[in-house]
Design a protein around this ligand. Structure first.
Ligand code: NAG
Ligand code: NAG
Ligand code: NAG
Ligand code: NAG
Ligand code: NAG
Ligand code: NAG
Ligand code: NAG
Ligand code: NAG
Length: 414
């Protein structure tokens, strides 16, 4: 009896060991639908984390593909080193010197060892991060999710997408439909759906989350049927599809203005010529021209558009039609929305005085709050002012604390 137990225990151990050796690759080799990847193994404290960086999830959107929807990634041969972030997408405020149009890559942070879900019944939840940057800057490489992945035992994926004119220039027709940057995010999510199980992830437990333009992006992705089945939960941090800055309404004018700046000589009836001309521009020249467009606008010059395809109608209209496919899709996902603490700080630079060491209490009480109350409603100014002072004005707070209270008010304007 005892002997049999030992034998079967040894046998089980043997099978288990073989099983583990077969599925856990010490170099972190993973087969994907496009080829084999080699990652990096690192430690966060006592716990390992595997990183796979710079994985191409779409064909490089260069040449004739500039401004166009992304195409699926090409295969590579042999083992691809996924050990460095890919290039940052072209932007006027670069976050890295490694910047190019060939930027459609994603990164994967896997806590613990990499075990193919096909060989294990323990799968991990997946969170896909969409970075912010006003739809015109930012990069996945700005964020480090090593600790987050390990502490929360979740697989994190971060995705680059085209920004500025490359991601959001639109002529309002087939020549440059617009929303290429959002289609990039969608292409990245398709890659994740098809491949995340090989990293131990559960393709049926995917959360998309983002901050600022990342927050409005994930909200926009939840408001289109093009993303059905690609995620199940959404977290928006300081932004939503209803944020006024999340859309451009005069995209064709923006495109024409850029064309004129660059001597394209195109008319609104010849958008094919305009797009060809803009596709032939050097990418830095195009970025420079786009910075001139965006200066002086209330909102951004390059953001998503109602294109009749990804978004058949404006989100406000889509929300009114409670029986639409879009609304059914929207209601099928879990949605968490809020503000990131201190994001209201983006409004500090607009203050007409030096706020470096904080905001004096009397300035908040006597100038800033009354101005804001007036902007909300001239009719109810006094009530609003009193209520705001109740909540946000603390006579005993120092200048720094007062500045934080101001940020807490202003974050609600995002
Ligand atoms: C990847 O595929 C190759 C060839 O099909 C196979 O030999 C190898 O064991 C696979 N690697 C992993 C980590 O599954
Ligand atoms: C690369 O993988 C993606 C995602 O699964 C797939 O759609 C695409 O067809 C693959 N590319 C090729 C050339 O097979
Ligand atoms: C791409 O690679 C995958 C396997 O990694 C293979 O199944 C697929 O057929 C390849 N696609 C092309 C177009 O070669
Ligand atoms: C991958 O990286 C390793 C270590 O940095 C290096 O030895 C190897 O040559 C690289 N392989 C390729 C295909 O670049
Ligand atoms: C995984 O499968 C094994 C064998 O079927 C089973 O004993 C174990 O309870 C399962 N674990 C989980 C977490 O479902
Ligand atoms: C635009 O017109 C100017 C002046 O007629 C001409 O020099 C230039 O080559 C034209 N550019 C294009 C792209 O057609
Ligand atoms: C783009 O603008 C920068 C800053 O204004 C300038 O230094 C650079 O020469 C410009 N590059 C091109 C190609 O126009
Ligand atoms: C703003 O105040 C800080 C210190 O409070 C000072 O270092 C800085 O020079 C001031 N800036 C201007 C533009 O006056």
């Amino acid at each position: 009896m005892k002997g049999r137990h030992v034998t079967s225990f040894t046998l089980t151990l043997c099978i288990l060991t073989t099983f583990l050796y077969r599925q856990v690759s010490s170099q972190g080799l993973v087969n994907t639908t496009n080829g084999t990847l080699s990652g990096i193994r690192e430690m966060v404290g006592e716990k390992p984390v595997h990183l796979f960086l710079g994985i191409p999830y779409a064909k490089p959107p260069v040449g004739e593909l500039r401004f166009k929807n992304p195409l699926p990634a090409l295969n590579w041969t042999g083992v691809r080193n996924a050990t460095e972030f890919g290039d940052t997408c072209m932007s006027a405020s670069p976050v890295s010197p490694k910047m190019s149009e060939d930027c459609l890559t994603l990164n994967i942070y896997v806590p613990g060892d990499v075990i193919d879900s096909g060989h294990s019944n323990v799968t991990k939840a997946v969170m896909v991060w969409i970075h912010g940057g006003a739809y015109r800057s930012g990069a996945s490489s700005e964020y480090d999710f090593r600790n987050f992945a390990v502490e929360d035992d979740v697989i994190v994926v971060t995705v680059n997408y085209r920004v500025g004119p490359f991601g959001f220039l639109s002529t309002g027709d087939v020549n440059a439909p617009g929303n290429a940057g959002l289609w990039d995010q969608i292409e990245g999510l398709k890659w994740v759906r098809d491949n995340i199980a090989s990293f131990g992830g559960d393709p049926n437990r995917i959360t998309i989350f983002g901050e600022s333009a990342g927050a409005s992006s994930v909200s926009q992705l939840a408001m289109t049927t093009a993303t059905k089945g690609l995620f199940h939960r959404v977290i928006s941090q300081s932004g939503a599809a209803l944020s006024p800055w999340a859309w451009v309404h005069d995209a064709i004018d923006v495109a024409m203005t850029i064309g004129n700046l660059l001597g394209c000589n195109a008319t609104t009836t010849d958008t094919a010529k305009l797009v060809r001309c803009l596709q032939n521009q050097d990418s830095v020249v195009l970025i420079n021209a786009s910075s001139q467009i965006t200066a002086g606008r209330t909102y951004f010059g390059f953001s998503p558009v109602v294109d009749g395809d990804l978004f058949p109608r404006s989100v406000t209209e889509l929300l009114k039609d409670t029986d639409s496919d879009v609304l059914r899709h929207f209601r099928s996902v879990d949605y968490l929305i809020g503000f990131t603490d201190s994001d209201g700080g983006v409004f500090l630079f607009k203050l007409p005085f030096n706020y470096t060491s904080g905001i004096p209490g009397d300035k908040l009480r006597d100038t800033l709050i009354p101005q804001l109350a007036l902007q909300v409603s001239a009719l109810h100014k006094d009530e609003i002012e009193a209520k705001m002072k109740d909540i946000y004005y603390d006579p005993s707070a120092d200048k720094e604390a007062t500045a934080r209270h101001y940020c807490a008010i202003m974050v609600q304007r995002i």
